[in-house]
Each structure stands twice: as structure tokens, then as C-alpha cells.
Write a protein of this length. Structure first.
Length: 156
């Protein structure tokens, strides 16, 4: 038999703030990493990827390296868009988790940047080497993958 002292008053359920969802705390770290890395990846397409010196100084930004430089920009923009849609309350279909999409975009960006690290376009061969912007692009694309992995680990 229970006495009134045995009964514990239940705490009322707390309502979540408007726009908040069950996984918001879990997504916070992966979301922030993906957002910042996607933004850096998009901006790094407008930094110097190749540089050289001689009779004149040569500096080639990623945007001017052909289709790959433009794709890297749009992949970074797509990562930022996925995170912005999630924060805005728009969810992707259940068949396409955000973490999987961020991982795929980061992997594709990493492959494209690695192609430019390994292969300098023929028209830019007077360039002595790779500039810091190319390495920033590579680091940002890997950071996008890390952001996707952090989100995927929190979903489990």
C-alpha cells in the first residue's frame, strides 16, 4: 500500500522551443563543423591555387582552373545550403539523411581538389607550385567529411 509520502510529484513535461527538434543538441557540433567548412570551401575557390614567379608573377585562383574550380565552389555552397535548410526547419526525405548528403558532398569535393593538387592544368605550367588556397580547399573538404561523420555518429 502506498502512502502519500511515497507518491512523488511528477515534473511537468517541458515544451521544446518553437523550431527546436529532438536531435538539435546532437547535430550542433557536426552542423557547425559542416557549415564553417562548407563556407571555407566555397570561398577558397576564389583564393590562389597556383603561383609562380619569373619575368612576371603568376597567381591563378581556383575559379579560373576550369570546371573543377567552379564545382568546388558549388559543392561548398551546397553544404551550406543543406545546413541552412535544416536550421530553417526544412527536412530532407527520410531516405536521404543530412549526414549522408554532407559526406557525399565532402567526398566529391575532396576528390576534385586532389585532382588539382596532383595535376596542374597545362595552361598554368609556368606556375612553380601550389599556393596556399589549394591546401585550404583540401583541408576544408576534409573538414566537411568530418562534419558529416560527426553528425552520422550522433544519429546512431
Amino acid at each position: 500500500m502506498q502512502t502519500p509520502d511515497d507518491l512523488v510529484a511528477e515534473e511537468p513535461a517541458r515544451a521544446r522551443p518553437l523550431g527546436a527538434r529532438a536531435g538539435d543538441a546532437a547535430w550542433a557540433v557536426g552542423e557547425q563543423v559542416a557549415w564553417v567548412a562548407g563556407l571555407v570551401l566555397a570561398v577558397s575557390s576564389f583564393t590562389a591555387w597556383y603561383s609562380g614567379s619569373g619575368d612576371f608573377t603568376l597567381s591563378v585562383i581556383g575559379w579560373h582552373t576550369g570546371v573543377i574550380g567552379k564545382l568546388v565552389f558549388f559543392l561548398g555552397l551546397a553544404v551550406v545550403l543543406v545546413v541552412a535548410l535544416r536550421r530553417g526547419g526544412i527536412d530532407l526525405p527520410a531516405a536521404v539523411p543530412e549526414s549522408l548528403l554532407v559526406l557525399a558532398l565532402g567526398s566529391l569535393a575532396t576528390i576534385l581538389v586532389l585532382v588539382r593538387v596532383i595535376s596542374v592544368p597545362e595552361e598554368f605550367l609556368p606556375a612553380d607550385g601550389r599556393a596556399v588556397g589549394l591546401w585550404i580547399s583540401l583541408a576544408a573538404s576534409i573538414a566537411v567529411i568530418v562534419g558529416g561523420l560527426l553528425r552520422a555518429s550522433e544519429e546512431l
